[in-house]
Design a binder for this molecule. Structure first.
Ligand SMILES: Nc1ncnc2c1ncn2[C@@H]1O[C@H](COP(=O)(O)OP(=O)(O)OP(=O)(O)O)[C@@H](O)[C@H]1O
Ligand SMILES: [Mg+2]
Length: 345
């Protein structure tokens, strides 16, 4: 077989147990022919998967060369800044799409939105995982009723994610013995922990991996964009901060680093009086829509400020699963808008 065809045949080998090929995952780092020797270097971490691919390469190439050497390049694991946001690594080849829920601001409802949106995707039949990337204030376990969950490992030394309301989830909050244990990690340690969650959790195959981002536009946001092909960033803002600098900085940053923005969610947007059912637009109307127009991003919808949302979130009964029909519908609208935006993007 000519060398070009061999290179293509190797690239077309499927990563074990996944539907994606080595070339789709950008795993073939080197393909060198010298004299009568072929050297192939793969950036694979998983030893079983590597062994299978190595066997397949020998099957394809052994009769064409005197010697075939297949090696594993593990350097990417150590080199945190290897990826580039224009051509990111893919540390989550098991996920078809990665969705980052983010905001320049703290306390606007990123985690609440991430949890409920992830569940609403599962309600539509998708396989969903949720990674809590907020290592300093991990709220996901509590919101999913997984805060008493302890981290467990399977026989292959992979972390078994928690599971509730139809989604799998992992959080640094599941490694600490008590939920109020403060973490005093340096940001490089935080980033390493997240990389480990991406690579060493037994997620299985996922349609969507949601990332609940910490507040701000710092190291974690950038690393995630370097290490994962993010299909959509969902920007969460409240009406008070929607036109705020922090939010626009987040939108601009994601645009700059080439991460597609799935759209804007306005959280705690309006208030429905429980006694009369009257709607109050406390902060005026259309702030979110106007901001979305200004930055040319989709407006995905609004979530009201509601005691039920806060209460159910606090006790680990997500409103999209256990709340009123109105709240379920609000999240479903955002989900469907996001699916549309991703289909078009
Ligand atoms: N629509 C809502 N109605 C009522 N309360 C809400 C709503 N959305 C969020 N909250 C409450 O507001 C608080 C902050 O929400 P959340 O933790 O989701 O924000 P965050 O942006 O993830 O915060 P952080 O920046 O600290 O990670 C929580 O107590 C949550 O229950
Ligand atoms: Mg949060």
């Amino acid at each position: 077989m000519p060398k070009v065809d061999l290179r293509a045949a190797i690239g077309a080998i499927k990563y074990p147990k996944l539907e994606k090929s080595l070339d789709e995952l950008k795993i073939v780092e080197k393909f060198i022919v010298e004299n009568n020797t072929l050297k192939v270097e793969l950036t694979m971490q998983n030893p079983e998967a590597f062994a299978q691919v190595e066997k397949e390469i020998h099957r394809l190439c052994d009769k064409e060369f005197k010697e075939v050497i297949v090696s594993q390049d593990l350097s990417k694991k150590k080199d945190m800044n290897h990826g580039h946001t224009h051509n990111p690594n893919n540390r989550a080849p098991y996920a078809k799409k990665v969705i980052a829920v983010t905001s320049g601001k703290g306390g606007v409802g990123k985690s609440t939105t991430a949890v409920n949106l992830a569940i609403s995707f599962a309600q539509k039949g998708f396989k969903v995982g949720l990674l809590d990337a907020d290592v300093y204030g991990p709220d996901v376990p509590r919101m999913l009723g997984l805060d008493m969950e302890k981290m467990k490992w399977n026989d292959q030394d992979k972390i078994i994610p928690g599971e509730n309301f139809g989604i799998k989830a992992i959080s640094v909050g599941m490694t600490t013995p008590r939920r109020d244990t403060p973490l005093v990690w340096r940001s490089s340690v935080a980033v390493s922990a997240l990389i480990q969650f991406l690579e060493d959790v037994a997620w299985g195959e996922l349609d969507f991996l949601f990332i609940d981002m910490p507040p701000g536009t710092g190291d974690v946001q950038l690393t995630m964009a370097q290490e994962l092909p993010i299909a959509a960033a969902v920007i969460v803002a409240t009406p008070q901060v929607v036109a705020n600098d922090d939010v626009s900085r987040a939108i601009m940053m994601f645009k700059d680093i080439n991460v597609p923005i799935g759209g804007l969610v306005e959280n705690m947007s309006y208030f429905i009086a429980p006694d009369t059912g009257n709607r109050y637009d406390i902060f005026g109307t259309d702030g979110g829509k106007n901001t979305a127009v200004k930055y040319d991003i989709p407006f995905l919808g609004s979530i009201p400020i509601d005691m039920e949302i806060r209460h159910l979130s606090d006790i680990g009964e997500p409103p999209v699963a256990r709340g009123s029909d109105e709240h379920k519908k609000a999240y479903a609208t955002i989900r469907d808008g996001l699916l549309d935006a991703m289909a078009q993007g």
